[in-house]
Write a protein of this length. Structure first.
Length: 457
């Protein structure tokens, strides 16, 4: 990844067949190699750097016509990577694209690794590290809200919010360094109380940025919901109803679900991983017993648990025990109790057993909208979902480390320690903030971050 002198090649379109495919080249020989794989149509002029797409034929390794499409050349000043680039827009045939890659390699290009185009954009000053990570998140977005938030960050939202904090720290570090260096000069002395006040303000700004991270993490990473309950209460039917399609097998035979079944659901812009589980009961069948074990594991690891009861029947002893556990302090915040089969008469003591349960019918869809609202409320609270600035755990750790350094600086200042010691903590805070945008980042960290990108981006 660190060889910036070679010319990269990779397929930039998704795997599989499609109407249009894209081959990307970036590096000093991008235009040369792109032109070797292309013959313009006789009625058109050849392509020009940063000019319009040029129609023609693409050639294989032996110079034989392979497909027709468009070649686009980009000058380094106008390209994504900040260096000369080319894109070949062919039909989306995997065989055609694979041959074009091989032809480009034969002409002198090198296969790109994961995220290597974006890495070059970073190293050439086109973007900072936080924007690079946002581009990765935009490519991997599972909901429209995730995509919009990632796009905002790719436009520099994180760097813009961190910048005032860094600028204020830079000013006070410079003033403190001058005070230490020219201790005998009166004009370099720090105003009494102003230095400590500036540090306190910086701590407050870090706290403000971190305030939305709980929601930001859920938006970024998503959450998991385990659907648990006794056999035949309608867990799989409810799973299908939430997905609005038949995904899990539903029968009247107890023990039909013997393994976890997982699917993604968009709940008001929040990606939620639904996990349908085997019915919780004592069984002799070793296969079903393994399903029950996995159901318990899914419940233990999930962010939210949907405890499903059959509202048409009095709760069994095992269900009463599960309800008691759901009401415990440890489980109350992440457990939602649902009484299914509201299309049937409610058992006489159902409301007394769990008055706060949500009544739904997986058969008719009654109560499903209320259940979706409750899921979203448990995940991100009520009201309008404000765009969180910090969604990446790496950024949050850097901010927390910066705040810790600032807190030590404030404590040292109040204790009457020398300004040299205070300065060390302030410089450490600056380094931590610089990690967010990549100004103070090791190559090992670059490797870890860009290894999570797809090839071709």
């Amino acid at each position: 990844m660190h060889d910036l002198t070679s010319t990269l090649v990779a397929v930039g379109s998704p795997p599989g067949r499609g109407g249009v495919g894209c081959l990307r080249l970036s590096g000093s020989r991008a235009a040369e190699i792109g032109l070797r794989l292309f013959r313009p149509a006789s009625s058109t002029r050849g392509p020009e750097a940063s000019g319009p797409p040029c129609f023609g034929r693409f050639l294989d390794r032996d110079g034989r016509p392979l497909d027709h499409g468009y070649l686009v050349l980009f000058a380094g000043t106008a390209s994504y990577t900040g260096e000369d680039s080319a894109e070949l827009w062919s039909h989306g045939s995997p065989a055609v694209l694979a041959e074009l890659v091989e032809a480009a390699i034969a002409a002198g290009a090198r296969p790109a690794g994961p995220g290597e185009f974006t890495y070059r954009a970073l190293r050439n000053g086109r973007i900072d590290l936080s924007r690079a990570e946002a581009i990765r998140d935009l490519v991997g977005a599972r909901t429209l809200y995730q995509a919009r938030l990632a796009f905002s960050q790719a436009e520099g939202a994180v760097a813009r919010r961190v910048a005032p904090l860094r600028e204020a720290l830079e000013e006070w570090i410079a003033r403190a360094e001058a005070a230490v260096e020219f201790v005998e000069e009166a004009e370099t002395h720090l105003p009494p109380g102003r230095f400590g006040g500036a540090i306190d303000e910086a701590i407050e700004r870090c706290t403000e940025l971190l305030a939305g991270f709980r929601v930001g993490r859920i938006v970024h990473d998503g959450a998991t919901l385990a659907i648990v309950g006794m056999p035949n209460v309608g867990k799989s039917s409810l799973f299908n109803r939430l997905l609005e399609r038949d995904r899990a097998i539903v029968t009247e035979i107890a023990g039909t679900t013997r393994d976890t079944v997982e699917e993604d659901l968009d709940v008001g812009g929040i990606p939620l991983r639904l996990i349908d589980t085997a019915g919780l009961r004592a069984v002799a069948d070793p296969v079903e017993d393994e399903g029950v074990r996995r159901a318990h594991a899914a419940r233990a690891e999930a962010d939210l648990v949907l405890l499903v009861l059959d509202g048409s029947l009095p709760p069994a002893d095992d269900e009463l025990a599960a309800l008691e556990r759901a009401c415990s302090e440890a489980e109350r915040g992440r457990t939602i109790v649902v009484r299914n089969k509201s299309d049937l008469p409610l058992a006489g003591d159902g409301e007394e057993v769990e008055p706060d349960a949500i009544d739904v019918s997986a058969l008719t869809g009654e109560g499903i909208d209320e259940l979706r609202r409750e899921l979203r409320t448990r995940l991100v609270g009520t009201g309008t979902l404000e765009d969180p600035i910090i969604t990446d755990a790496r950024h949050a750790r850097s901010l927390e480390d910066a705040r810790d350094s600032l807190t030590r600086a404030a404590s040292a200042l109040r204790s009457g320690m020398s300004e040299e010691l205070v300065l060390e903590d302030l410089r450490e805070a600056m380094r931590r903030l610089g990690e967010i945008t990549g100004e103070f980042t090791t190559e090992d960290l670059y490797d870890r971050i860009f290894s999570t990108f797809c090839i071709g981006k």
